[in-house]
Design a protein around this ligand. Structure first.
Ligand code: NAI
Ligand code: SOE
Length: 393
């Protein structure tokens, strides 16, 4: 069976998730399209890279991503570093002829994303952006129902991504609060997952009208350089603080090219909400509701449901629903974050080995999502509707 050597840049939170998927993918999808071989992991310091290799099962480690990108033994570059590094690594990897999977958001903005897209197109390599939540089986089931016309013509989409890990002002100034590293705040970090849902399930977004707020304008500087997503507090009068220069919260109305309308909300300041990634879609013949916190479930209501049984009911994903044959044999046995990454890895490796197969979402989608995010920021600043296509150069 074909083996593809992976060079993974970054050994943090997503480094762990992607490594798990490389190890587990062939256990779920057999025969695998190709076996991912964890060849080299890169991190910024020798002790981090060495530790990552031992922990995540990589054969080699390095502190120089350029060396790995240019290593002829490497087939796939996996970018799991903070957002400001994605473009430089991806463009170099494309020039070196590597297939690329980049974590989301693709870039700091549309201008960078466009350069990345042009680089992968010129190189003819396969490319992916890791908006993995669309590969939750219940989300793929919603897509199937929509494609089959089960809810008719879509009228509206309401999407949220609400978390509370940064609601405490003593949560430190992680890279996610710094524009030069993150690009934007809740919008780029989690709002883009909802934008991916909206485009995947409903269609292209044409116009946006947004509000953004920064609720906590400064935060204690992070000590130790370790980003623990707000779980390590840094309090006290003498703790130096730094400026938050990104949005904490975004709410936007959206218009779709097909006439549907919707809203997208994202915040990391919503006490009590953890990974409250939801959508509710209303169509002419029914409605669908999904909440990632209950990710085995899709709530459905159809116009021809019996009149004495009105309301949403729960469909549990399992062997008969998307990806079911590869996953667990009983519905509701439990889909986790890991499974979404395992499916993503399978689908990307399949796209690599099959000449005519393209992975989706890819850099085209990543670029379009950056354009939409740029439009949302511009709309919030100007206080008016912004047409997304008008931002395209
Ligand atoms: P993290 O901060 O946990 O890990 C990033 C790692 O990259 C750290 O070990 C850091 O030392 C290393 N790094 C930074 N610059 C580097 C460089 N130039 N060369 C080599 N290593 C470098 O960050 P996390 O949470 O893993 O996020 C990484 C990316 O994944 C971000 O783009 C983020 O938005 C995305 N992400 C996506 C998620 C999803 O659900 N799809 C979930 C969490 C993060
Ligand atoms: C933090 O908000 C975070 O890790 C995001 O960066 C991810 O994209 C999201 O999936 C989980 O939360």
């Amino acid at each position: 069976m074909k083996k593809l050597n992976v060079g993974m840049i970054g050994g943090g939170f997503m480094g762990k998730a992607h490594s798990l998927a490389y190890a587990a993918m062939p256990m779920f999808f057999w025969p695998a399209p190709a076996i991912p071989h964890r060849h080299t992991v890169v991190d910024v310091k020798e002790e981090l890279a060495k530790d990552a290799a031992a922990r995540l099962g990589f054969e080699h480690y390095s502190t120089d991503w350029r060396e790995v990108v240019n290593n002829p033994e490497i087939d796939v570059i996996d970018i799991v570093t903070p957002n400001n590094t994605h473009a430089e690594i991806a463009i170099a990897a494309a020039k070196a002829g590597k297939h690329i999977i980049s974590e989301k958001p693709l870039a700091l903005g549309a201008a960078e994303a466009k350069e990345m897209l042009e680089a992968v197109k010129a190189a003819g390599v396969k490319h992916a952006v890791a908006f993995n939540y669309r590969r939750t089986p219940a989300v793929a089931l919603a897509k199937k129902y929509i494609q089959e016309g089960r809810i008719g013509e879509i009228l509206s989409f309401r999407g949220t991504y609400l978390q509370d890990w940064s609601a405490d002002p003593n949560s430190p100034l992680s890279w996610r609060f710094q524009k030069k590293i993150a690009g934007s705040g809740a919008l780029g970090d989690i709002g883009t997952h909802v934008v991916d849902f909206a485009r995947y399930l409903v269609g292209e977004i044409s116009d946006v009208n947004a509000l953004t707020r920064t609720w906590i304008p400064e935060r204690p500087l992070q000590t130790g350089g370790i980003d623990k997503l707000g779980t390590v507090k840094n309090s006290g009068a003498d703790v130096p603080k730094g400026t938050v220069d990104v949005d904490d919260e975004v709410i936007t109305m959206v218009k779709f090219e097909n006439g549907a309308i919707g809203t997208i909300e994202a915040t990391r300041n919503a006490w009590g909400r953890n990974n409250f990634l939801t959508f509710e879609i209303h169509g002419t013949k029914g409605s669908l509701f999904f909440n990632y916190e209950n990710r085995d479930e899709l709530q459905v209501s159809f116009s021809d449901d019996p009149s004495d049984a009105k309301g949403f009911r729960t469909v549990y994903t399992g062997p008969a629903t998307p990806y079911g044959e590869a996953l667990w044999p009983i519905p509701a046995l439990g889909i986790g974050y890991g499974e979404t990454k395992i499916i993503e890895t399978h689908d990307f490796f399949k796209a690599i080995v099959e000449e005519d197969t393209q992975f989706s979402p890819n850099f085209n989608d990543g670029y379009r999502i950056e354009l939409i995010a740029d439009a949302i920021l511009e709309s919030a600043e100007k206080g008016q509707w912004v047409n997304v296509n008008e931002l395209e150069e």
